[in-house]
Design a protein around this ligand. Structure first.
Ligand code: ZN
Length: 140
């Protein structure tokens, strides 16, 4: 019988790393959303794919800015994610590896392991490691 749900969340030893990881991931998602919106508006406003005379350069700048921002932030997210390890199993908290996931891991329907963990930390202050299933909390 699984007893995972009865475990009390333990404090993650470096809570600041979790907070930084949450912010990086949310910023990545916001930039991706802005980039997709900008390219959507640009395509909608263009008369055709070859006539960009009515194109608003502000949206092109928004797209380029969000693209550059996303590349920078996602690189940071990868480096930060690979260095933020579970204190028990040493699995990266924010970096999804191809290895087997624990069935107790935080995983919300339709979302990936990282997004589920980030949203869980954001709204409940807790998450379960995707590799060992151990519950952690951000607060000391
Ligand atoms: Zn773990």
């Amino acid at each position: 019988m699984l007893m995972i749900s009865r475990q009390r969340p333990r404090a993650y030893p470096q809570p600041a790393r979790l907070v930084v990881g949450i912010l990086i991931d949310l910023l990545c998602k916001a930039l991706a959303g802005l980039g997709l919106t900008a390219i959507g508006v640009s395509l909608y406003r263009a008369k055709s794919l070859t006539d960009w005379s009515h194109h608003d350069p502000a949206w092109a700048l928004a797209f380029l800015g969000s693209l550059v921002g996303y590349l920078v932030m996602s690189t940071w997210r990868m480096y930060h994610g690979k260095r933020t390890l579970c204190s028990l199993c040493r699995g990266p908290v924010f970096h999804v590896q191809s290895s087997a996931k624990n069935r107790g891991a935080t995983k919300w329907p339709g979302l990936g392991y990282r997004t589920s963990a980030v949203l869980s930390m954001l709204f409940t202050g807790q998450y379960r490691c995707m590799y060992c299933g151990t519950p952690f909390r951000i607060k000391k």
